[in-house]
Unconditional design. Structure first.
Length: 293
């Protein structure tokens, strides 16, 4: 098998931060960096076009360079595993959530400690979504609640509870006051952040909804499903303007689809999405046809 593999040369698509596409070269030639966390990485998010922020079981958050892999800033303050990290793109503020039930805000160029705390959830915080101007933050938890915070004062300015709404993920709709939320109750909800009320609930799926994302134009959202043995484990595309039903489904994973994301679109590229799964694969799909790349 080793001799056969050594004779096979193929290329894979590499997405760059600016939306362009290049070729990575032969298999195994992808760029790798020394481990930055001392335990499993649980979450990663874009911070700036050339920076990302990650959180891990080592209780820390870390800002790193996409290009060099260099660790630029470490955030230490949580007492337990960091479950989610996020930031408004091009903002200098980073937010982290933890199993210690707290959320913290960090300044990229500020002091070593957190610049704001957001306590108030009764269980692990599992969702974070920040407004484009980083002035408001929405958080979700396994305690069935979604909260809205003023990032300047740290004050909780809204709290809503829905029975069995164990939040799995949150994301803000670009340019709109709406937040998308997935849940263990198998639904995807659209929240109006102004009054913190549910504006729409998409038809329930057959499996837990694990993650969500919104396209940059704010027209579509994605949700991903749990599953096993080829049942479930799909990603679903929803139209935020025509909210009566799903637009498309992306099926092909054999275990839970843990994450879904809209990929940057270059001038000559069809819109694409990527999904990751507990089956140890990452798949890239044509957004319109559900064909795999």
């Amino acid at each position: 098998m080793g001799k056969l593999q050594s004779k096979i040369s193929f290329h894979t698509t590499k997405y760059r931060a600016d939306g362009s596409v290049g070729q990575t070269g032969p298999a195994g030639a992808s760029r790798q960096h020394s481990p930055a966390h001392t335990d499993a990485v649980t979450s990663v998010a874009a911070l700036k076009p050339d920076l990302c922020v990650s959180g891990g079981k080592d209780k820390s958050g870390l800002v790193s360079s996409w290009r060099s892999g260099a660790a630029l800033r470490r955030f230490i303050g949580h007492e337990r595993e960091v479950t989610k990290v996020t930031s408004a793109l091009d903002s200098s503020r980073v937010f982290s959530a933890s199993r210690d039930k707290t959320v913290m805000m960090w300044e990229l160029h500020g002091t070593s400690g957190p610049s704001q705390h957001f306590p108030g959830h009764d269980l692990v915080v599992t969702g974070l979504a920040v407004s484009p101007d980083a002035s408001q933050l929405c958080t979700g938890s396994r305690d069935n609640t979604v909260c809205k915070w003023d990032t300047e004062t740290g004050e909780c300015v809204g709290r809503a509870a829905i029975s069995r709404n164990l939040v799995t993920h949150l994301c803000w709709v670009p340019g709109e006051p709406y937040v998308i939320q997935t849940s263990e109750d198998k639904t995807t909800r659209v929240w109006d952040s102004r009054e913190l009320q549910v504006a729409h609930t998409f038809p329930a799926k057959q499996h837990i909804q694990t993650c969500c994302d919104v396209s940059q134009d704010g027209r579509y959202c994605l949700s991903s499903s749990s599953g096993s043995a080829g049942h479930g484990a799909e990603a679903t595309l929803w139209d935020l303007r025509q909210t009566k039903g799903r637009v498309c489904e992306y099926k092909g994973h054999f275990q839970t689809t843990t994450s879904c994301v809209f990929l940057p679109r270059g001038p000559a590229l069809a819109p694409s999405i990527a999904t990751s799964s507990s089956d140890s694969t990452v798949k890239v799909w044509d957004q319109d046809t559900a064909g795999r790349g």
